[in-house]
Each structure stands twice: as C-alpha cells, then as structure tokens.
Design a protein around this ligand. Structure first.
Ligand SMILES: Cc1cc2nc3c(=O)[nH]c(=O)nc-3n(C[C@H](O)[C@H](O)[C@H](O)COP(=O)(O)O)c2cc1C
Ligand SMILES: CC(C)CC(=O)C(=O)O
Length: 399
C-alpha cells in the first residue's frame, strides 16, 4: 500500500507544525493555562456526543451555505482571532486572509495582528465576512481608533473578548520566556495617517506609546472593564453589531441580550485563560437555551474534525470557529497550508452531512446528536426493556 506524506487530517497538520515551528512560538500557540485541563477537555468532550444519523435520503447535493448576522456565507466554519500569525509564516494574516477568501465563512482578525487590518480585509470577497476582535487597551482611545478604522474598512462586526480581565497563566510561555521576535510588529497599533503624513519617516504608534507597552497593556488584561462601562461605550462609538467572545454561562448570555449584543461566542479561549471551566461544547447547550433565538450563538474550542463542527451545529451553534488548526496549517505551508486546514474541516463536514442524511446546514438540528446524559438514559432504558422482555414469564407469574 502506498502512503502519502501530505496531511489527511488536522492531527497531521499539528504534527507537521511541531516539526517546523520555532519551539517557543510553537509552545505559545499550543499552550493552555495551568494544568491544561480545559484545553484538553475542549477536544475530548466532543467524543461524548454521538451522531444520530438518518439513512436512505438523497444526499447527492450538499450545501453548507448559511447566513450569519443576516448575510449569506459559504460555510459556517470560520477562523477564530489569533495574535501574530507571522510567528507561523512570514506572510502572516495576509496568507490566512487569502486562504479564508477561497473558502468562505468568517475571519475574525485579532487586535494583535501582524498585518494592518485594512490590508487583511482587502483580500476578501462576498462569500465571506470579516469581523474585528477587540481588546480594550488601557488607553481606551486607541481601541476607539481601531474600531473606527475597522468600520471604515468594511468589517461587519466587532468581537469583544471578555474572558481576559487578566492574562491566564500559561506555564510553557513562562518556561520559554516567550516574547515575540523583534521583526514582528503589531500593525494595528500604528497610526496609518502618521505614515502617510511624514514622508519616509517610520510610522508611529498611537499617542506615541511604545509598541511593546501597548502589547503589554493587552497581555496584562484590563480588569476594570465591566458590562456597564464597556458595552454602552462601544455602542456610542460604532454602529457595528457587537459580539461577546468568551461566554460560558446562561447568566452571561441573558446579560448579553439585555445589553443589546448581537451574538455571543461560547469560548474558553482555547483553554488559555481560566483552567477548569466546562469544555466549550459542553457549555454550548446552556448558552443556546438561554439565548432563546434572540441572538446568534457561535462556538470555538477543540474543533478538530468535520464531525465536531456537525455536533456543534446540531447543538445550536450558528457557526463554529477554529484557531490552532489554521495556525498549524499556516506554519506548514503559508496560504496553501491554512487553506488545507480549512478544506480538511470543510470536506469532513460535508462527508458527515452525507453520512448522516443531512443536506443543508438548516437541517442539522438536535435530533442528529445524542447528548451524553441522553445517551446514558437511552442505554439504561434499552437495558430495562431487555430485562423486562426476558423476564416476561416471571413477571406474568407474579401477576
Ligand atoms: C496562539 C493563539 C493566539 C490567540 N490570540 C487571541 C487573540 O488575539 N484574541 C482572542 O480573542 N483570542 C485569541 N485566542 C483564542 C482563540 O480565538 C480561540 O478562542 C481558541 O484558541 C479556540 O480554540 P482552538 O485553538 O482549540 O481552536 C488565541 C488562541 C491561540 C491559540
Ligand atoms: C497576547 C495575548 C493576549 C493574545 C491572546 O489572546 C492569546 O495568546 O491567547
């Protein structure tokens, strides 16, 4: 039998990335907080849910088209925001954006991108959307400028990351003393106008704050951000829909609705912030129930297979995002590698749809997934039935 060396699943891409990436960048990408319980559980938890397939349906035509925030997109699979794609490949977010454009879906760009947001979105097309991720910097006026630039550039939503009042403790980053290499710049912190105004001069960061300090202000988190100060403020400076990333509870979902947010991303930051939370897929049903279809619910964390996407959609996610798989693809082969990561997941999603008798994303509802408890109850019901059947004579004799 002949074997191919090219990756056939996301695990293969992970393996290749571990060989080609610089060790400290690799550990920054792969690390989770503390014991990494949540990081690992994000992946393992998918296995508890089982698919409940239907058969003998005509599955010759499969469509993954859907709508998100009222706009058509090619697939409910998107790219979660990740800092510093240039750590994986010199073309950084430009390569990722080109891959995303060939694929459709949504790309969420991190505030901490190594290519300016205007250049990243310029690679897009109408099959997809770009959303801009925000951290509230200690100088809020800088976040405001990034919001204004995003709106001008055509981003369709703002994704406020709400699970980082302070940076999680990622032991491997402490061990490797990770700091980004000097050739990498956080381009969104540079004022595009300062570059064009001063001929030939190096562009300056906003308010002339050193880039490293700005980065540190993000990485330090912003513990003073609250529902009451940040959401009304954001709404006063933008017309874009606001999506909260990092929601894990029904309580916060209800608050997000009451504060007028358009959506929430069920996420534990890939297990990089608070260790010991529910896996994202386990938190999803609670959030979906609390959302009562009033806002859109998305999820990220641990998605490594098309069947994971299918399960998340069946449990009520409107779209599903991946972070590390795309970064591993980028490290493997730049734009082509990032596209390969997305293609693998998209093709596996289509395969799962065909094998489970679903032809459209809209058809995938909770009748296609067995939740762990349901599964347990069902098997005990079956056991009971068998027991009752076997003992029928005995039962009769006791009548
Ligand atoms: C290397 C890396 C950098 C990240 N940077 C950001 C970021 O800048 N902003 C953010 O909101 N989330 C960030 N995240 C979290 C992801 O958006 C996402 O929530 C999580 O990684 C999804 O899990 P997955 O990696 O298992 O797909 C980052 C994750 C990784 C792995
Ligand atoms: C530098 C960090 C704040 C970026 C991030 O969100 C992450 O690494 O998880």
């Amino acid at each position: 039998m002949e074997f191919t060396n090219s990756p056939v699943c996301i695990k293969d891409l992970e393996h290749i990335a571990s060989k080609v990436m610089h060790p400290s960048a690799l550990s920054y990408y792969n690390s989770g907080a503390d014991d990494e319980q949540t990081k690992l559980d994000n992946i393992a938890a998918f296995d508890k849910y089982r698919i409940h397939p239907r058969i003998l349906r005509n599955v010759t035509a499969i469509s993954t088209e859907t709508t998100i925030l009222g706009q058509q997109i090619a697939t409910p699979l998107g790219i979660a925001p990740c800092a510093m794609h240039m750590l994986a490949h010199p073309a950084g977010e430009l390569a990722t954006s080109r891959a995303a454009a060939q694929h459709g879906g949504v790309m969420i760009l991190s505030t901490l991108s190594t290519i300016a947001l205007e250049r990243v979105i310029a690679e897009g097309n109408s099959d997809m959307q770009y959303w801009m991720q925000l951290y509230v910097l200690s100088d809020w006026s800088i976040t405001e400028k990034i919001v204004q630039r995003s709106e001008r550039a055509g981003f369709k939503a703002l994704v406020l990351t709400v699970d980082m009042p302070i940076l999680g403790r990622r032991r491997d980053d402490i061990r490797t003393r990770f700091i980004p290499p000097p050739h990498i710049h956080l381009e969104n912190f540079f004022d595009p106008e300062s570059a064009s105004n001063s001929e030939g001069a190096a562009p300056s960061t906003y308010n002339d704050v050193p880039e490293l300090l700005l980065a540190a202000s993000v990485a330090g988190g912003n513990p003073a951000v609250t529902w009451d100060n940040v959401i009304p403020w954001l709404k006063s400076i933008t017309k874009l829909p606001i999506i909260l990333k990092g929601i894990l509870t029904a309580e916060d979902t209800k608050l997000a609705i009451s504060y007028g947010c358009a959506g929430v991303i069920v996420s534990n930051h890939g297990g990089r912030q608070l260790d010991g939370t529910l896996a994202s897929i386990d938190a999803l049903p609670h959030v979906v129930e609390a959302a009562e279809d009033k806002i859109e619910v998305y999820m990220d964390g641990g998605v490594r297979k098309g069947s994971d996407i299918f399960k998340a959609l069946a449990l009520g996610a409107r779209a599903v995002f991946v972070a590390r798989p795309v970064l591993w693809g980028l490290a493997y082969d730049g734009e082509a590698g990032a596209k390969q990561a997305l293609d693998l997941l998209q093709n596996e999603l289509k395969l799962t749809m065909m094998l489970s008798g679903t032809r459209t994303i809209q058809e995938i509802d909770d009748s296609y997934v067995l939740e762990p408890v349901t599964q347990w109850i069902q098997s005990s019901v079956r056991r009971q039935k068998r027991a009752n059947h076997n003992d029928i004579e005995e039962l009769k004799s006791k009548l």
